[in-house]
Design a protein around this ligand. Structure first.
Ligand SMILES: C[S@@+](CC[C@H](N)C(=O)[O-])C[C@H]1O[C@@H](n2cnc3c(N)ncnc32)[C@H](O)[C@@H]1O
Length: 192
């Protein structure tokens, strides 16, 4: 990223902190969003080994962890918003840790059975997308699963997964709701 991009990136981080502080993202826990989390969880349980270790990049305030109800051996949530991370920690969820770190710099210190990019990949600057993917794929076990959720069409995002020779697509589904414009595409990948 050039200097201007870095400045905007920093501003966006401040904005996320402000929004989490104001409760703007509390709605992620509502029933309107439930189907997306259910689909992600079913991809993890269908394609990752039982009782998986899970890395959730851009974890927000820990809604996925909450919804998994302890169905993992270890859960690490990473988000660059320190406010969301503090909110996630305050939930005191079992076998879980939350870390304030930027996805564009974060290098996992261990491997995981499931890595989740849940409504975050479109926020990663284009110049960083490949680096982020490479670092995450290095930390994914060979029999593990990468699960990606992207709101609506995900223009400029899906090619990083669908056209990636390092990935085999296991599932790709559009998760719809009773609102025409509230839908997500959720996919699961294995390393080739
Ligand atoms: C729409 S929220 C989704 C939160 C969570 N994945 C969920 O669906 O419950 C997007 C999240 O991505 C985080 N985020 C955006 N850019 C990031 C980056 N470069 N590194 C880490 N987190 C980032 C934001 O702070 C925010 O928590």
């Amino acid at each position: 990223m050039n200097l201007i991009d870095k400045f905007h990136h920093w501003r966006r981080k401040l904005r996320w902190n402000k929004q989490y502080k104001s409760g703007r993202w509390d709605s992620l826990e509502s029933d309107k969003e439930a189907k997306r989390y259910e689909k992600i969880i079913s991809c993890i349980s269908n394609y990752a080994p039982a009782n998986p270790s899970v890395l959730d990049v851009g974890c927000g305030d820990g809604v996925l962890t909450l919804r998994m109800q302890g169905g993992y051996s270890y859960f690490l949530g990473v988000d660059f918003s320190s406010v969301s991370v503090e909110k996630a920690k305050a939930r005191n969820l079992v076998n879980s840790e939350f870390l304030a770190a930027d996805a564009i710099k974060f290098k996992p210190e261990r491997n995981f059975d499931a890595i989740v990019l849940n409504e975050v990949f479109y926020y990663i600057h284009d110049s960083e997308k490949i680096n982020v993917m490479d670092r995450l794929l290095n930390a994914l076990n060979d029999n593990g699963v990468l699960v990606v959720s992207i709101y609506r069409e995900g223009i400029g995002c899906w090619e990083y997964f669908r056209e990636n020779p390092k990935l085999e697509e296991l599932e790709f589904e559009t998760v719809r709701t009773d609102e025409e414009l509230r839908y997500w595409k959720v996919a699961a990948y294995r390393k080739t």
